[in-house]
Ligand binder design. Structure first.
Ligand code: UGA
Length: 433
């Protein structure tokens, strides 16, 4: 099928490349000329496993092209809206200006029988504001939220856990068209749920709200564990054995960050308040507060371990990305911890396998270096993103290069006993060793 993807950020670039890889003819459109130039040359604007290969293959096959000109969407019969919905400045609500702009720019090019597919994460009630303009051109509107995880984006796009189509009045034509687009995923057993716009929009935000709540739940238990001498990692293992609870997303630590979970729970709260149902999701404010407290707790732990002050102490901060296998530092707890320690006068040397450039763009005041540079002569080591290379560090070898063997494991990802046995003062979150 001939497809256009409007917006070539995280979501759009992965979506465009993945659709081309399963045989569609795809044009990606974005207003950012530098991004389009890079993508046209097969260069990925983000660190995402498998994406560079997919881009190169797509471009070489002639099935994947990029453009800054919306008129190039004219030949496509399916148009995915994949632009961002960032948090509004000041307020927690979603900024819909890119979504609204994409519809305004695309609608004049729509022709009879086209299908517009919204993929952006939007507040419930957004799709209905665009359906009349789309239908006036004889086209159809579907809301088809995306559930990809950074680091697994290609895999999640090609083989999603589920496909959700929000359609107007049981629009069979649109369902049929989307089934054709996703034929490969459906054949390999991704279930399809057809519903209305409001449900489809809510599925997305409620899924992220649930995940955020699960993480803050275990982090709340970590807070209790810290004052009772309990071990939150054992607690998570034990409750996770109950299938109804499950062990996934129960890793206590410095909390969640990234471009989705934090902004989505705030936007959901703001939307519920607009709808007069603020009390229904009031707990999400607590979820957010617990999450932000964990960053403070890490800084507090470093301070305690360093005898009450971090001033002039060299602190090696291992990790800046909001999670491993990503160069994304949007709302990253790791970067936030580095900035806070630096602000308290610590001599921070921060490192990350992929996220230094993005961190430097936001916080040029920090000192960045290699892992070796960060560790050399450190008074304390803080592991804030659980990259495999940090989990695999040899505690005995690292002991040789630091000044004081103090490690704060802000992701509970190290082998605590091995570090303690190698002579380290080990501090995790929600556990005593
Ligand atoms: C999240 C959702 O998982 C995706 O399903 C969704 O499509 C995406 O948002 C989105 O809305 O686009 P992502 O932001 O890539 O995906 O990251 P996650 O893997 O969900 O991790 C989010 C944060 O939670 C990370 O900072 C991670 O370190 C943290 N986390 C995760 C924990 O602190 N503990 C856990 O047990 C799990």
């Amino acid at each position: 099928m001939k497809i256009s993807v409007i917006g070539c950020g995280y979501l759009g670039s992965v979506h465009a490349a993945s659709l081309a890889s399963v045989g569609h003819d795809v044009i990606g459109i974005d207003v950012d000329a530098a991004k389009i130039e890079a993508l046209s040359q097969g260069r990925s604007p983000i660190f995402e496993p498998d994406l560079p290969e997919l881009l190169s293959e797509g471009i070489a096959s002639g099935r994947l092209r990029f453009s800054t000109n919306m008129a190039d969407a004219r030949d496509a019969e399916l148009h995915f809206i994949a632009v961002g919905t960032p948090q509004s400045a000041g307020a927690g609500s979603a900024d819909l200006s890119y979504v609204d702009g994409a519809f305004d720019d695309l609608v004049p090019y729509l022709t009879e029988g086209d299908v517009v597919v919204g993929k952006s994460t939007v507040p419930v009630g957004t799709a209905v504001t665009h359906v009349a303009a789309v239908e006036a051109r004889g086209a159809h509107l579907v809301w088809n939220p995306e559930f990809l995880r950074e680091g697994f984006a290609v895999k999640d796009t090609i083989q999603p856990d589920r496909l959700v189509y929000g359609v107007a009045d049981g629009d069979e034509y649109a369902v049929q068209k989307l089934n054709e687009v996703y034929a490969t995923a459906i054949e390999s057993s991704s279930p399809v749920i057809v519903t209305d716009y409001a449900t489809a929009e809510l599925v997305k935000v409620s899924a992220n709200a649930f995940l955020a709540t699960k993480i803050s739940f275990i982090n709340a238990m970590a807070e209790i564990a810290e004052v009772t001498g309990a071990d939150v990692t054992k607690l998570a293992d034990a409750i996770g054995h109950d299938n109804r609870i499950g062990r996934k997303f129960l890793n206590a630590g410095v909390g969640f960050g990234g471009g989705c979970l934090p902004k989505d729970i705030r936007a959901f709260t703001a939307r519920a308040e607009e709808l007069g149902r603020g009390e229904s999701v009031a707990f999400l404010k607590e979820v957010d507060a617990i999450n932000l407290r964990r960053r403070e707790r890490v800084v507090e732990l470093v301070t305690e371990e360093l005898g009450g002050s971090v001033f002039q102490k060299k602190v090696a901060v291992l990790g800046l990305a909001f999670k491993p296998n990503s160069d994304d530092v949007r709302d990253s707890p790791a970067l936030d911890v580095a900035v806070r320690l630096n602000g308290l006068g610590a001599k921070v040397v921060a490192t990350d396998p992929e996220a230094i450039a993005n961190s430097r763009a936001l916080h040029p005041q920090l000192v960045y270096g290699t892992t070796d540079e960060a560790l050399a002569g450190a008074d304390a080591v803080v592991v804030v993103t659980e990259w495999p290379e940090y989990k695999q560090l040899d505690p005995a070898a690292v002991h040789e290069v630091v000044r004081t063997p103090i490690v704060i494991d802000a992701r509970n990802c190290l082998d605590a006993d091995a570090w303690a046995d190698a002579g380290w003062e080990y501090a995790g979150l929600g556990r005593q060793v």
